[in-house]
Design a protein around this ligand. Structure first.
Ligand SMILES: NC(=O)c1ccc[n+]([C@@H]2O[C@H](COP(=O)([O-])OP(=O)(O)OC[C@H]3O[C@@H](n4cnc5c(N)ncnc54)[C@H](OP(=O)(O)O)[C@@H]3O)[C@@H](O)[C@H]2O)c1
Length: 253
């Protein structure tokens, strides 16, 4: 049995699908069971239950350490033997100031490594699906505010992150590994917007919008211009491009 936190969310929902198609028994954790579609092999729960492995997801924000530490404690208490933690690119290996970029996932990563269980840490870069936040602006012909300038990123398809998570949860081949998960190419926000305009058949523009947020500055200065081969090494195929993600998800805009 594999327990999936964040089962209604971006990577968790894709992971539930991947695990069920692979014939695994899954318990999906959500605060609102009505949001999960019943399927063979799927149990729905509002909390952590005994399982062989757990996909540890925390909702984004400064409370990530609190969520992670409580869930890791519960998983250890229930004897769950394998923990796969969804972290984020750039998370430092060692403790950092609470205000420093990358600090949200660091305590959870450290706790997973010290858990005495089998573990894998996944550090994905920016999800392609973040662009769904632009859907209203795209539909209504408004320019997309661009906080990231011409900073390039290796934008990743969350389904590829889920496929790697499925591999790590269902074998011991990835125990003790920390993976940085990216797409196959670097792309800027204006380029993403142009791809979406083409695929959706709308006029799409990005307007440079200054932001002092640390994450925006890092991307603008080229600090997240990272592409790795981890997804391809693990899955044995190239990760999806932003264009491929957009084509597969056009109905969601
Ligand atoms: N977005 C990115 O580009 C990106 C990149 C790298 C890493 N990440 C990391 O990925 C993780 C997930 O981010 P996401 O934006 O993709 O979120 P998400 O997976 O779409 O949502 C997380 C899930 O958490 C649950 N949730 C929300 N608020 C909660 C709360 N207060 N208490 C308990 N559960 C709660 C929700 O499930 P229910 O409502 O069903 O309970 C939701 O399905 C974050 O830790 C983030 O740092 C994101």
């Amino acid at each position: 049995m594999i327990l999936v936190l964040g089962a209604t969310g971006t990577t968790g929902s894709a992971l539930v699908d991947a695990l069920l198609s692979g014939g695994h028994e899954v318990t999906a954790v959500t605060r609102d069971p009505a949001r999960m579609r019943a399927r063979a092999g799927l149990t729905i729960s509002t909390g952590i239950e005994p399982a062989d492995a757990i996909y540890l997801v925390a909702p984004p924000g400064p409370e990530i350490p609190e969520h992670d530490l409580a869930n890791i404690r519960a998983a250890i208490g229930l004897g769950i033997k394998r923990i796969v933690k969804l972290s984020a690119i750039g998370t430092p290996d060692h403790p950092v100031r609470e205000t420093q970029l990358g600090s949200w996932h660091q305590p959870g990563e450290a706790a997973v490594r010290a858990s005495g269980r089998s573990w894998t840490i996944l550090r994905p870069t920016t999800f392609a699906s973040n662009s769904l936040a632009w859907a209203d602006d795209l539909r209504e012909g408004r320019p997309i505010p661009n906080f990231w300038g011409d900073g390039r990123q290796g934008v990743v398809d969350p389904a590829d992150v889920a496929a790697v998570a499925a591999a790590a949860l269902t074998s011991d081949a990835h125990d003790g590994q920390t993976y940085t998960l990216t797409g196959p190419e670097l792309i800027t926000v204006p380029e993403q917007v142009a791809v979406l305009g083409e695929i959706l058949g709308v006029k799409a523009t990005a307007v440079d919008t200054p932001s002092e947020a640390e994450g925006a500055r890092l991307v603008r200065e080229g600090g997240n211009a990272v592409v790795t081969g981890d997804v391809e090494r693990i899955l044995g195929r190239r990760p999806a491009t932003f264009r491929a993600w957009a084509e597969a998800n056009r109905a969601r805009f």
